[in-house]
Design a protein. Sequence first.
Length: 735
Amino acid sequence: MPGTLRLRRALSSVLLLALAAACGDRAPRIAAAPDQQIAAPVAAKRPSEITQQGRTRVDNYAWLKDDNWQAVLRDPSVLRSDVRSHLEAELAYYDAMTAGEAGLRERLFEEMRGRIKEDDSSVPAKDGPYEYYVRYREGGEYAIYARTPVGGGTEQILFDGDAEAGDGAFFSVASVDQSSDHALIAYGVDRLGSEYYSMRFRRIADGTELDETIANTDGYVVWSSDSKSVFYVERDDNQRPKRVKRHVLGTDPAADAVVYEEADDGMFVSLAESQSGEYVLIDVANEVTSEVHYVPAGDPSAPPTMIAPRIEHELYSVEHHEDEFLIVTNAGGAVDFKIVRAPIDRPGRESWVDWVPHDPGTMLLEFFPYADYHVRLERRDALPRVVIADYKGNEHEIAFDEGAYDLSLSSGYEYATTLTRLIYESPSQPAQTFDYDMRTRERTLRKTREVPSGHNAELYVVERITARADDGAEIPVTILRLAATLVDGTAPLLLYGYGSYGLATDAVFDANALPIVDRGVIYAIAHVRGGSERGRQWYLDGKLDKKINTFTDFVAAAETLVAGDYTAAKRIVIFGGSAGGMLVGAAANLRPDLFAGVLAAVPFVDVLNTMSDEGLPLTPPEWPEWGDPIRTAEGYEWIAAYSPYDNIRPGVEYPPILATGGLADYRVTYWEPAKWIARLRDEAAGGPFLLRMNMGAGHFGAAARFERLEERAHLYAFALSVLGLTDVEPVKHVP
């Protein structure tokens, strides 16, 4: 929903972009080196009988879930010894089975690193007297947050990630936020990977740290106008964001006032600041229902005021302009959202007046109001566009001509400005950052992403085709391939999908994927139902009782690519992460004969058990997405029909599968991929079935930029190995 931060099993860091060329027939090669033979780990069977909704199932691997999992999130060293031994055995098996890929992984890593401008920096964003930006030093793993005076001057380093990281196994920075008076920063740091961030405060002038530390936050704050206090979200022991608190600088965090507390475990809390800077917005939401409260940033001790009470299956988010709130909502059947206006002193539904009408099929993604103009990011038929308008109703559109591309917006810090920032990219074109003058309609190119080792966009072709589902739905498929590739059915192909939570898979440029691309693999994105590429109805048609559409759409996309001679059966590696891991797990159950391999990154595969455990962090808020198998028989039946862990086909030949996990992951807990691989190895034929567990990270893996490349190299090497392409040299680019 526009303007609302929601937790989900999403893997935003995993959005492959790979490619194509005919490479001939090569047999899959996944085998241990001759001197590295090792038996696959055999997880003990400890049957656990579960009776639910009149049905009984037996889970032989439930023991892999440590009963003390909350403590493991905070301190992975307390993991039960038998579980740790099994995960370590899985790692040893993975290492042995992929030992022959070590050289390939190193080459892939070096090629990815060669495409990174190591001393890169973001385009500065003006905020009052300063311009703020993020940069990296050559060889640095973490970002440096800095600023310079507007018009030039000496750089001030606000936070140096490399210096702050220390020698721990994990380090992640959620945010570095300057205060309203530009005298302080607040920063959120996680040193475990479990996304419990500690907030600290620092004076910019001399680097002095304030005494207080606020634990168990989501890593973000909103500053009061006077810079004397901050609002933040506190997570509970189950990692749920439940409370908004206000901290007055210089006081004990234990005495922080509770501004808002949510009683419903099915609703999560997040914070935002209005574009005008005048209001702190408290969003309470799940995927289908929301409620917003506000506090004036200039009166931080004021009690929060509700905009409108929650109504089930109605979403809204709030912005501000002059004496009105501007509200994005799906109320009144506006499936793809509309914008209404309401006076600040009477913001309830009875005062809502339609302002930007609902346009069916055109989904409103983002909305930013400035003093004299407002900006909308919309999507129609899986392509984005930007609309600029004044407050008198005059508007114009910014669009591009490529067959598939991505547009995104950066709202900046300022409100009284005529400039907005947009980023354009496509699977073949590196990102370009523009400042757009909303008054003069002039577009100024501020930056084009550099690819130091060279990038020739003319080597590639970007295409958009349509696959037809069994019920007639038209599924967009984005294709990136080398122009020299023959579309004759001989090329290998990597098929990516996600299809949950209404998240769209955008056609972005991913330099990290080019090494596998340049070895001649066609890359395709299946924009399946469950995402929002074709509007919010596309999402609604891929959830709850219609969730099966997500998986059959994906199979239909694969079959269409075969029928169109882009590839052939058993020449396709499928890839998905998190809820996308559920997608590829379900697709492998439906059509194991169609695929050459499966990449499942932190896969959400034990869906029935997880959604039946209301003590887990994301379970209650996600019943509107999947169904509630505890309280409804229909919810049980929907999930039981596709849950990858529960629908493995005994004795059927499956392709090689690589699953990854993170021990400190609270979104997709470590035991999900561990149980899945154990059961596949016991019940299915084929494989091998491999698990690579990161024992020192969470859902998003390593936070250090070069460590991330190493993780990606493991995935790519596995894909190239099962496709028989380990010795293929990449196409050359001229710098």
